[in-house]
Design a protein around this ligand. Structure first.
Ligand code: PRP
Ligand code: URA
Length: 210
């Protein structure tokens, strides 16, 4: 597994505002979208392309276009939905599949409650989006699911990660074609499985308490 942690003052600045407990839901949503666009720039560095011939007003030339099959973006509901618009802006021709997962707040184990994905993902590059990588349980389950359906490669884009979760994902995906791109890796997980300093519950901050 490859890991890329963004090192850019604009990303750190936007994350700082996102972390602030006084940041309101509308600002939190707007910042999430801006952050994913910045992270997607790095996450799509190896997106598959092929040569394409075009004519400029001056001459013929060869450029590149995204290859088929097009990339698949997979937001993990709920919180991953907050990252979807930002990702689609950068990859407008991508397709979108959905995975609904929720973590049991006691056991910290994830359960999958919804799935709307193509049956066959052979040859696909899949971009999983979820703001939080805490214990890593949800991301490991999502990656397993996509690889079992035949995905060629999984690239996860997360705003924040905990070192414990990142190690767990590394161990679970050893030797597999997986990359994780993060805005920051925080200090640790607390006794409730929350990222410290983190930003709290991303789903609740985006969409309200459930
Ligand atoms: C959050 C988050 C991740 C998961 C991370 O979702 O968006 O999916 O927790 O935790 P883990 O790394 O320990 O698995 P949550 O289960 O709170 O659901 P929600 O998005 O519907 O709020
Ligand atoms: N899920 C969140 O939304 N936040 C955390 O800190 C951990 C899991």
């Amino acid at each position: 597994m490859r890991v890329h942690v963004a090192d850019h003052p604009l990303i750190t600045h936007k994350l700082t505002v996102l972390r602030d407990k006084n940041t309101t839901s509308p600002s939190f949503r707007a910042l999430t979208e801006e952050l994913v666009t910045l992270l997607a720039y790095e996450a799509t560095r190896e997106v598959r392309v092929e040569p394409v011939e075009i004519e400029t007003p001056v001459t013929k030339t060869v450029g590149i276009a995204l290859s088929d099959p097009k990339p698949l973006i997979v937001p993990i509901l709920r919180a991953g939905l907050g990252m979807l618009e930002g990702m689609v802006k950068l990859l407008p021709s991508a397709e979108v599949g959905f995975l609904g997962m929720v973590r049991d707040e006691e056991t910290l184990q994830p359960t999958t409650y919804a799935e709307r994905l193509p049956d066959d993902l052979a040859g696909r590059q899949c971009y999983v989006i979820d703001p939080m990588l805490a214990t890593g349980g949800s991301l490991i389950a999502a990656i397993d699911f996509l690889l079992q359906r035949g995905a060629d490669e999984v690239i996860a884009v997360c705003l924040l990660g905990a070192p414990e979760g990142l190690e767990a994902v590394k161990a679970a995906t050893a030797g597999k074609n997986v990359t994780v791109v993060l805005g920051a890796v925080d200090e640790k997980l607390n006794e409730h499985g929350y990222i410290v300093p983190g930003l709290g519950d991303a789903g609740d901050r985006l969409y309200g308490l459930v």
